[in-house]
Each structure stands twice: as C-alpha cells, then as structure tokens.
Design a protein around this ligand. Structure first.
Ligand code: PLP
Length: 391
C-alpha cells in the first residue's frame, strides 16, 4: 500500500479529467461488475447522491427505500423534496421484495435497496418486481464489495449501483465512492452533479443536452482524491483473496455459534457474502437473559469489539427523515419525508437483536478469531446451561 501511495504522490495529487488512476480504477471496477459506465466520487454518500441526481427527481416524487440500512443510503434524497416509503426487511435485513408493491404509487420513481452487512439481496426477485412496476432498481453495495447472488455480482443487474470506499469498507481508499450504470442519460446527469470542466467536456456525448453547462457542471465538487483511489486500487487487487479469507473466518464463527438455539445465523444459501461484518441475532426469549446482559458478559471476557450496531439502523429513527421541515424548510413543510409511522416489524426485530463481530482478515489478526470464539462459547454455554447466573 505504501508503494501505491508513493507512486501516486509522484504522479499527481489532483486529477481534473478521466485519466491516470481514476481511469485505471474505473475501468477495472466497471469490468468487474460488467457495466458500461463508472464514476469515482469523494464518498459513497456522494456516489448515491449522484445516482439520485441521475434520476432527475422532482419535488413530490416518491421512492421505495429500506426500513433498515445505514442512513446515508437515503439521506441525499432529503435534498430533493421527495417522499420515501420504507419497506420491511427479510431475515438478512434486506428489503423484502414481497412487501414493495403495497407502497408503490403513481409518483414512485425508483426502488432503493442495500445489500446489508454484505449479504446480497434477492436481486433476481427484486428485478422481476421492479420490471413489473416499471421502476429502476438502485443498489447500495457499500457493505458488499465482491458479494454475489449465485454467479451474479451485486451491482451488476440493477439500474445503477454505488459503493462506499470509506475506511471501514472491504475495499477502501480511506474515503471515496464509486457508482456504475449502463444508462448514459443517468450517467451524464450523475457526472454533472459533482464533476465539471475537463472531465465533463471529456465524457459528455456530442449531442448531450448538458454540453453548454459542462464548464460549471451543476455546481458541486464531489471529485475523489487520487491518493485515496491509488490505495483503493491496490486493495481491489486483493478482493477475491480477501473475500475467501473472510469466508473462512465466518465459517469458524458459524461452526462455533450453530449449537446454540438462542443464536440465529445469517442465511447464506446460494450466495457469496462479502462478510463486511459478521452479524448474528440473539433470541432473548429463548435465552432467558436480556441482550444487554449477554453483550456485557462478552465485553467482560475482553471481547470489546462485540457491538450492537446503532448507526446502521431503522430509517424511521432519524429526525432528518421524520422532522425534515425543521432543517429543510425550503423543501419540506409537511408531511414528513418518510412514512415513519408504518410499523416494520422484521426490520425492528433485526435492529433490536443484531450483534456484530469484526471479520478479521490478516494472518497477524487470526489470534483474535480464536480468542473471540473461546469467549463466545464460554458466555453462550452459561446462557444455555445456567441463565440464572446472570441474576
Ligand atoms: C450502507 C452504506 N451506504 C452508504 C454509506 C456512505 O458511504 P460514505 O461514508 O463513503 O459516504 C455507508 C458508509 O458507511 C454505508 O455503510
């Protein structure tokens, strides 16, 4: 990685057009998911924002969104005066395709999904639903670099897809993002949101209606940093190997946790998850020990990375989506941006019972896997055999 940084430092630390490391990475990434266009941005949020701009939304339009995701999947939509209809989750926390249709209205413009925690959505069913409804499918693949449903890579089938390249992600540049699509109209508008002058002039088609606006773009600058992309490029070259290493670690967690009836493991049938994290579910009713006591016991064993994810959560839980007029009065008076009062029981249960473990990758980290497994077994055995010990 140091080598990639130094090499880029010597070449260029600002790239105005589609050349150098931007060209190389976009081409590699585009080919990896088999799409026509790729566009790097300075964050995953900006990549999603650019896709939403590409949809050419109007105030009052509506979108179908996940009830459970990281909020940045949908937060850029607050800039558009649109309304969001959240849809309940399936067993992996992903949008349940069977629940979409009831929220579609004549104003619905797109279906947005996230491949949660690296587990591919049921993309083929989602595409069937999207085709029947005549709506584009937008995939947030920020947890799911390299994940596949059967042989189908996430991000390869929907109308457009975005990945974060932020520091925690399976492919990272520290900060960064990338989007892909086959739709030239969407791409040109997405490009114009945060790219301008040389890059816009280079990539807009000869007949593009944006040609006269190429110098300024639409007024924002969302360009990536070349050193970040040089790091991401180096990481990307390891993706296949790293995904299989993550799978090996996940297999060990699965084997260790399988015996306990109060632990629910992710459904991985027919998929290659990215294992961005290992998220399992704790069934308090079966365990007879409250989840916070269970997590505290794991922390007491030194498993301090065990986490109940909170910033990835219920979209209805954020004031940005429920009290929008207080911060964006120029776009919203009432009602609120999101149909937050609709109960989404599966998403709520997923959120309340999720426990997250890191999926370590490198040889010198593997001792954590064995010590976490020993700690998990120890605490789970007490829950299984002597729950009264928790008081
Ligand atoms: C599912 C999801 N979507 C979008 C984002 C936003 O990406 P970024 O932090 O690069 O803006 C993240 C980042 O954590 C994410 O996890």
């Amino acid at each position: 990685m140091e080598h990639a940084v130094l090499e880029q430092l010597r070449k260029s630390i600002s790239i105005y057009d589609r050349s150098g490391i931007f060209l190389d990475f976009e081409e590699r990434f585009r080919a990896h998911v088999g799409r026509k266009f790729a566009l790097l941005t300075n964050s995953g949020t900006s990549a999603l924002h650019s896709i939403y701009e590409g949809l050419d939304l109007r105030p009052g339009d509506e979108l179908i969104v996940p009830a459970y995701t990281f909020y940045a999947t949908i937060s850029p939509l607050a800039q558009y005066g649109v309304f969001l209809n959240q849809v309940d989750a399936d067993a992996n926390g992903n949008v349940d395709p069977a629940k979409i249709e009831q929220y579609v209205t004549p104003r619905t413009r797109a279906i947005v999904v996230t491949h949660m925690w690296g587990h591919p959505c049921n993309t083929k069913t989602l595409l069937t639903v999207a085709a029947r409804l005549g709506l584009p499918l937008i995939e947030d693949c920020s947890h799911a670099h390299g994940a596949a449903d059967g042989n189908t890579m996430v991000g390869s089938l929907g109308h457009a897809a975005a990945w974060s390249l932020q520091g925690q992600k399976n492919v990272t540049g520290g900060e960064g993002g990338i989007l892909v699509t086959d739709d030239e109209t969407l791409f040109e508008r997405a490009l114009m949101l945060g790219h301008y002058n040389k890059r816009a002039k280079q990539q807009l088609s000869v007949t593009s209606r944006y040609r006269d606006f190429a110098t300024t773009g639409l007024g924002l600058k969302l360009r990536a940093h070349p050193i970040a992309i040089a790091i991401a490029d180096e990481q990307f070259s390891h993706l296949r190997d790293w995904t299989s290493r993550r799978q090996t670690v996940a297999n060990q967690f699965i084997a260790a946790l399988q015996p306990y009836s109060f632990i629910h493991l992710p459904n991985t049938a027919g998929t290659q998850p990215a294992w961005y994290a290992f998220v399992f579910h704790y069934d308090q009713g079966r365990a007879h020990v409250p989840i916070d006591r269970f997590v505290r016991a794991l922390h007491a064993e030194g498993l301090v990375e065990v986490d109940q994810p909170s910033s990835t959560g219920l979209t209805a839980g954020y004031p940005l989506f429920t009290r929008t007029p207080e911060v964006l009065p120029r776009l919203y008076d009432s009602p609120m941006l999101l149909n937050a009062s609709e109960p989404q029981p599966n998403a709520a249960r997923f959120f309340q019972t999720a426990i997250k473990l890191p999926v370590w990758l490198f040889d010198d980290e593997m001792h954590w896997v064995s010590s976490y497994i020993a700690g998990l077994r120890k605490v789970c055995d007490v829950v299984a055999n002597n729950p009264a010990a928790f008081g």
